[in-house]
Every structure is written in C-alpha cells, then in structure tokens.
Design a protein around this ligand. Sequence first.
Ligand SMILES: C[S@@+](CC[C@H](N)C(=O)[O-])C[C@H]1O[C@@H](n2cnc3c(N)ncnc32)[C@H](O)[C@@H]1O
Length: 244
Amino acid sequence: MGWREWQDRDASFVKRRYDSIAGLITFFEWLLFMPRGFRAKAAAAMDLKAGQCALEIGCGTGRNLPYLRESLGERGRVYGVDLSEGMLERARALCRKREWRNVELVTGDATQYEAPEKLDAILFGLSYNTMPNHQQALANAWEQLRPGGALVVMDAKQPPGLLGRLVMPFSVWLMKQTLLGNPYIRPWEHVAALDPDLRMEEFLGGSYYICRATKPLSRPVPRLVPASAANQEIDALICTAARF
Ligand SMILES: C[S@@+](CC[C@H](N)C(=O)[O-])C[C@H]1O[C@@H](n2cnc3c(N)ncnc32)[C@H](O)[C@@H]1O
C-alpha cells in the first residue's frame, strides 16, 4: 500500500494499538504541537451547565474529563466510552485520585454505546478519525443527544496550502505507526450534514479545529392562542364543515 492510501483497521486492531500506546498520549500531544488550552476550549464549546449530563466518545485516558467535570459540577453526570481497556485504566485511576463519584466509564464500541439517559452534550475528543466506523458512531451519538443539545468534535487536520501538502506524507506515516487517525477524512463535513449552521474554529494555522453542531428541537413549538380566539377558530371550522 502506498503512503497516499489509507486502510481503516477494524475495532480489535484499534483496541490493541491503544492498549499498547496508552502511556504515550501526553508525549503525542507534545509531538503534534497540540495548542495550549485546546481541551478547555472544546469543553467550553459544549456549553455545559451545572447539573447536566455529557458524554465523551473515545475518552481514552481521561484528558478531557477534568474540563467536563468542572463544568457539570457535583450534581452533573459525565459518561465516557472507549474501546481500549488500557486507556480506560488510566481514566479510572484519575477518577479515583480526584474522588469523582459522578463519572461513569464504559469499555465498548462507540457504534453500539447506549447512554443511560438523553445527553445534553457529546464530545468526540481527538477520536473521530481513529474510529473505523466513524459515520456510524456519529449517527449513534446524534441519536443519544437531546433536542437542543451540542455535539462537538475536536481534532487535528491537514493545514491548508503548501504546508499541508508538505506535511501530509509524514502525517500519514506517523498516524499509521501510532494513533491511527485517518488524515484524509473531513469530519466537519459529516457533522455539517447534521446541522448546516455548524460552528467551526481553527487553531495553529488550520492544523487543529473544534466544530459544533446543535441538534434541532424536533417538535414544532405549539402556537399559543388565547382560549376565546381558539374557540372562535373551532366554531369557524365547524361552520365551514357544515356547509359541505
Ligand atoms: C487519540 S485517542 C484520544 C483519547 C482522548 N479523547 C484524548 O483526548 O486524549 C482516541 C481514542 O479513541 C478510542 N476509540 C477508537 N475507536 C473507537 C470506537 N469505535 N469506540 C470507542 N472508542 C474508540 C481509542 O481507543 C482511543 O482511546
């Protein structure tokens, strides 16, 4: 296979890969120039309120959990799902160390995950392009979100122009050897298909982004008509019907 081609690995391959690199996540953040404050900004884009509930899909070692936990507070609920037990062990250790009682972590595939309640917000934290069936995971996540809730994707991407073309061969090679993030997909376009008013912010010359979709309110807001006017409308309908 040439460097231009990308072959998505299956879930068991992804799981084994992350089990083996779980101890290197902070090193990759440094190696890949992850912008300072990036995680806090992604959590802010979720617009969380104290007492709400949120899910991180592909939560890994739990590097985003402190930001979610801080926004949701003691009464909120934080859920996390990840394929890799090796990654989750570290997230669980973090929860124990911080004595968080309202964080529930599940080992599993994002395409199958069912949250215990409708969610106020969902985050794909540096995980969407590592998922073999990312579109299926996105559809499943959207299903779990309450109307009006936010879905946020934070990730790295190919920067625009010449720089992007120059770094691409190295990115593809590095991703194949390490994090398995497919650099060819454009997740924000998948998210924009769910919400055409997608909000997107770029960082570090377009090398990183945060995008956010809001799930539309599914039911039309009922038209509020004063009782007397409503009765007149009903009378008019009965008269019209009586003429036929
Ligand atoms: C690059 S890590 C990001 C971890 C964490 N969100 C962070 O920001 O540090 C990607 C994570 O996605 C998880 N992952 C990949 N495919 C998955 C799937 N189908 N279901 C659940 N988790 C998945 C991997 O196991 C890995 O922990």
